[in-house]
Design a protein around this ligand. Structure first.
Ligand code: SF4
Length: 122
């Protein structure tokens, strides 16, 4: 079971230092780069050499990290993921509006039928 509250950045760094995570090395600035080539290199190092890659990926997601490379995922890749989730939410809203509209039309039709029936009785 995962921890409901993500650890603080301080504790995250403490863990990373303890396991000698590649992003704690001398080339640590590569993990903050926006250059696609550099961040791809950093992501490869995460996936290949870091024992806390899955923990890190989840932590970055839970804490909403925006820039840099975390858990083997570059900022661009997280951006695509954000866009995909936004598109899913947009599609869900469209489906809800369509369902509400269909329900309202059905209700209007039911009322019209009821009123039509009442008018023929008088
Ligand atoms: S997965 Fe990458 S960013 Fe995360 S701790 Fe390991 S080396 Fe650092």
């Amino acid at each position: 079971m995962s921890d409901p509250k993500p650890v603080s950045l301080f504790h995250f760094i403490e863990r990373a230092e303890k396991v000698h995570a590649p992003c704690m090395g001398e080339d640590r600035y590569n993990w903050q780069s926006n250059d696609p080539h550099v961040s791809r290199y950093a992501a490869q190092r995460c996936r290949r050499d870091c024992p806390m890659v899955l923990f890190c990926r989840q932590w970055a997601k839970d804490t909403g990290q925006r820039g840099g490379t975390w858990g083997g995922v570059t900022d661009n890749e997280r951006g695509y993921e954000r866009l995909r989730r936004m598109e899913e939410r947009r599609q869900a809203r469209i489906a809800k509006v369509a369902a509400d509209l269909a329900a309202r039309e059905a209700e209007d039709e039911r009322i019209a039928r009821f009123q039509g029936g009442r008018n023929t009785q008088t």
